[in-house]
Design a protein. Structure first.
Length: 202
């Protein structure tokens, strides 16, 4: 994804966030990008190819808190024919000793502008897929969180990796994988990320 496409994606997600909040209470502040590595050079794929295979991506807040507005992952399908997938996104708190995901925060995330199951176009070119929280969720300052993707059923989906440092107030390296439905996690990789775009409101 080039710089022009990355800017267009950010504007699209901001539009989805605005549409999701129309008719609600007056917003304090406005949504901004707090994590973005979507323009980074691709460095391979990680697959959520079974219900017990969970892919986790880390974000870390600085001294400022944000309300979570949207999370966008760049998903690909490496299937030979179109197939649908029931996808799930969770937000986990970290386990400080190990640095891996610890517990599900319980926040429900729903797909924006798409049905679930989703059908990802065939091929390595990623499809931006956005989730919105169903209730307000505050990302606390000086705290890390894990964005965890899984496939409940259907075809595998794949995330693209990158070694490029993300931008934004929640920028951090780090990803991990569980192959037993979150019961245990691989040691985090602290020198790379999977591609992701996160919006929040200060």
């Amino acid at each position: 994804m080039n710089a022009t496409s990355a800017r267009a994606l950010s504007r699209l997600v901001l539009g989805l966030v605005l549409l999701a909040t129309l008719g609600g209470a007056v917003r304090q502040g406005s949504a901004s990008v707090i994590f973005d590595n979507t323009n980074g050079a691709a460095s391979g794929f990680s697959g959520a190819f079974a219900p017990d295979t969970w892919l986790a991506n880390r974000i870390c807040l600085g001294n400022r808190s944000y309300r979570l507005d949207a999370v966008t992952l760049l998903l690909s399908s490496l299937e030979f024919e179109p197939a649908s997938s029931v996808v799930r996104l969770r937000i986990f708190s970290p386990d400080p000793p190990s640095g891996t995901p610890a517990a599900n925060t319980g926040l429900e995330m729903i797909l924006a502008g798409a049905a679930n199951p989703v059908t990802i176009p065939i091929g390595p070119e990623p499809t931006p897929t956005t989730w919105l929280p169903t209730s307000p969720f505050l990302l606390a300052p000086n705290t890390c969180y894990w964005v965890v993707l899984s496939v409940d059923s259907g075809a595998p989906v794949w995330e693209t990796g990158t070694f490029d440092l993300p931008g934004g107030d929640a920028a951090a390296y780090g990803y991990s994988t569980s192959t037993d439905g979150g019961a245990s996690w691989d040691p985090p990789v602290n020198t790379a990320n999977r591609k992701m775009l996160v919006h929040g409101t200060a």
